[in-house]
Structure formats: C-alpha cells, structure tokens
Design a protein around this ligand. Structure first.
Ligand code: PFF
Length: 448
C-alpha cells in the first residue's frame, strides 16, 4: 500500500474529498476573523457586494487557471509550471511562480501557526472557565499577557505544527484526505451550532445591520482594493496551494464546477462567521473593533458574560483552530510535494519543513517585526504577484487550444468569457492591488 503510494502520483479518492480539502485550505483566519471586520469597516453591504464581485471577476478566474496548471502538470507547483512552460516552448524561468509559491507557503505558516496557537490556548482557557469571572478589562489584558509570554506561545505553536506535520506526513490520501473528511464536517457543524447560539443570545438585528446595510459613502477606492486583496487571500490564490491540490484531482472532474463550489462555500462561511461573531459583540455592548483584538479580547469578554459562555467559547476557538489546521496542511503541502519529487522521503520532507517553520514561528513569537514582515511580504507582495503571473502565464503564454483542452466541459461561450476575464480583467485588478500594496509599504518606510 505505502509502496504503491510512493510510486504512483496520488489522486484524491473522490470529488468530495477534493472539494473539502480545497475548501479547508480556503477557509481560515481570513474568513472568521478578517472578513467580518473589514466588511463592517468598509461600508457593510456595499463592501460585501464589491467583495462578491471581486470573487467573481478576480478570484474564480485565477483559481480556475491555477487548478488547471496543477492538474495538467500532475506535479508540485514548481515542476507543474516547468512542464507546461516546456511543452509550450517557453522559458524555464516561469517556474519562478512555483518557487515563490513554495516559499510563500512556508513563510505564511511561520506566523499562521503562532495565531493558531493562540486559539488553542483560548480553547483551554474557555473550557477551564479561566476568564469567566473576570472584569472585561482583565479579560482583555489576558491576551496582552499571552502575547508577552514567549514560552507559552512556543508550546502552542509547537503543538499546532506537530498536528499539521502528523497529518501531512501520513500522505495525501491517508493524511490530508482523511483529515479533511473529518475536520470539515466538524467545522460546518460547529459553525452552525454557534450561529444558532448567537441568534438566541446575541443582538442579531444590529449585526445584520452592521454587515449588510449598504453604506456606499464608506466605499472608497481603498476599500475596493481591500476587497480585491482579500478575495485573493481568502481563496489561498497565487501560491501553489490550489495548484498542488488540483494536481491530485481526478481526471474526469470539471475544474470550473469545483472551483465555483469552493468559492461559494468560502464566501458562505465568511458571511456566517460574521453573523456569528457580531451579534455576540453587540449584545455585550462592545465595539466591533479590529485586528487580533476582535477574536482574542472582545469575544472572550462577550463569552464571559453569556449563558454557556465557557462551553460555546471553547467551541468557537476550536472552530478557529480547525479552520487554521485545514489551511496549514495546505500551506506546507506544495513544499513537501516538491521535495518528494527531488527524491526525499515524504516523512523526511515533512520533518525538515516543519522544523523550518518552527524556527520561523519562534522568531515571530519573539519579534513582532519578523511577524509583521512575514505577513506583509506574503499577503501584499508574493500572493498578488503569484496571481498576476499565473493569469499572464495561462491567459497569454500557454495558448488557447492547450488551455481549452484542459478546462473542458461547459459551452465555448462560457470558456471564452472566462478566458477574456483571465486575460484582461484579472491582471488589471491584481496590478491595482499590487500597486497599492507597494505604495503602502514604501510609505511605511518613509520612502514616498
Ligand atoms: N485562505 C486562508 C484564510 O482565509 O485564512 C489563508 C491562506 C491559507 C492563504 C493557505 C494562503 C494559503 F495557501
């Protein structure tokens, strides 16, 4: 069994596993923590509309291209792009897309695992009622204490990385496939139970109002860019994750159909997360706030005042941990798949990359600068650049016929529509996001 696995390139056992794995990669801290508050801050419903448009015009077209590259290449992002470039008589340099993707995955995991570690700590704190009888100020201060406690963060960071490594080390179908088949249904159930809890105990109408009443005056040029950037991050685009998962996709499956399903689920979960978090925040008379404070300061205060707060608080932080775990396995997989292709055993590759992530994570625990640099460099530069290159590579360089063959099914008209969007709309959109990110970075260093 393990012998056949090491020889043949793995394939997900069915379509559902592919969908769950990719949805697991997409659904993460971006959905549960970031989306709700950026929606609230940028004009609620007006922003949500803008974001949906970005998912449609930018996210889905690029995701189809990225999955296609993986499935056609049946290899890790570096070798998949290399094979396509060779077949189309293009420069080997295009494999830079894959190289940057593998690096971005490792770099994101270096801080993602630290944040996931915080939520593990809050699972325990909630379940043991440790913040239940405290004043709001003390509950909020608890997070500050954790942020200063390097060794406690290091322990959780290690636990989370070991869980990630244990799953990934087992292999694509036995490890990741089996894990997502359990984790994702648990995630859906937890989210729905928390939504009901929130509906019964929170201020649902104020939350609805905050998230969906369209205030177009708050929708500035900047918020359009925030929507675009987030569409990217939330679908895990531009870094080889959806490419490597696509490489394990069965041959006869429609790529656009699968991609639309994943994008739909990802958006739905982000909306439900908002409708779970804000009713609790408003019912406790708190401000929606932003940044890590929303999850680790404001929500514990809300739970500390509520009926069943310890139980549902633990459930909520477990939900975040699971969402983070199903993303973290996707962050490390492109690198592992690449090392395997170089002849390194999967277990050894897993251990090597995990140690690397552990070191980077330890550095970001002890240095906020390392944490922020990893975050900004990946989300603001590497992901949009990867997406841009993917759109150009598939839209402009591979050639219509080659691409049409792989993205089969569907009418010619739909295909052509996608191809036009991929060629024109997506690159321009990404370039705008990219331009803005660079401007912000230069401004933050006082260069412009
Ligand atoms: N999509 C994840 C989220 O919304 O939290 C973040 C992410 C995961 C980005 C995996 C990139 C990635 F490869």
């Amino acid at each position: 069994m393990s012998n056949t696995q090491s020889q043949a390139y793995p394939v997900w056992s069915n379509r559902l596993t592919y969908i769950l794995a990719t949805t697991g990669a997409a659904v993460g801290l971006g959905n549960i923590w970031k989306f709700p508050y950026i929606a609230g801050e940028n004009g609620g419903g007006a922003f949500v509309l803008m974001y949906l448009l970005c998912i449609l015009l930018l996210g889905i077209p690029i995701m189809i291209a990225e999955v296609m590259l993986g499935r056609k290449g049946r290899a890790n992002p570096i070798h998949a792009v290399l094979a396509q470039a060779r077949a189309a008589g293009l420069s080997k340099g295009w494999s830079f897309i894959g190289i940057m993707g593998v690096a971005a995955g490792i770099m994101i995991l270096m801080f993602y695992s630290v944040v996931a570690g915080w939520s593990l700590e809050y699972v325990v704190q909630s379940a043991s009622s440790s913040y239940m009888d405290k004043t709001p100020a003390d509950v909020a201060a608890g997070f500050g204490e954790l942020a200063k406690d390097g060794s406690r963060q290091l322990i959780w960071h290690s636990v989370f990385l070991m869980a990630t490594a244990a799953i990934v080390g087992l292999g694509v179908t036995r490890g990741i496939g089996n894990a997502v088949n359990i984790l994702m249904p648990v995630l859906f159930l937890l989210l729905l139970s928390l939504l009901v809890y929130s509906y019964q105990n929170g201020n649902f109408s104020e939350a609805l109002n905050f998230m969906f009443s369209a205030d177009f005056s708050k929708l500035t040029g900047d918020s359009v860019l925030v929507a675009m950037g987030h569409a990217f991050f939330t679908l895990s685009l531009g870094m080889g994750t959806v490419m490597v998962y696509g490489s394990y996709m069965p041959e006869n499956q429609s790529i656009p159909g699968a991609v639309v399903t994943v994008a739909f689920l990802d958006t739905l979960i982000a909306l439900i997360a908002g409708m779970t978090i804000f009713p609790l925040v408003f019912a406790s008379g708190l401000e929606p706030g932003s940044g890590p404070g929303l999850l680790f300061e404001t929500l514990p205060i809300a739970f500390s005042k509520m009926w069943g707060g310890a139980f549902f608080g633990a459930g909520f932080f477990l939900l975040i941990s699971i969402a983070a775990l199903s993303s973290s396995i996707s962050l490390i997989e492109p690198g592992i798949s690449w090392l395997e292709k170089l002849g390194i055993k999967r277990m050894a590759a897993t251990i090597g990359l995990t140690v690397l992530c552990w070191i980077g994570g330890a550095a970001s625990i002890y240095s906020a600068e390392v944490f922020d640099t990893l975050d900004h460099l990946t989300s603001n530069i590497m992901l949009p650049l990867g997406g841009l290159l993917i759109a150009i590579f598939v839209g402009w360089r591979l050639g219509y016929t080659r691409v049409r063959k792989e993205v089969s099914g569907g009418s010619n008209m739909l295909f052509n529509l996608w191809f036009i969007v991929l060629r024109f709309v997506a690159p321009i959109g990404v370039m705008l996001v990219f331009y803005e990110s660079i401007k912000n970075i230069l401004a933050s260093y006082g260069i412009i």
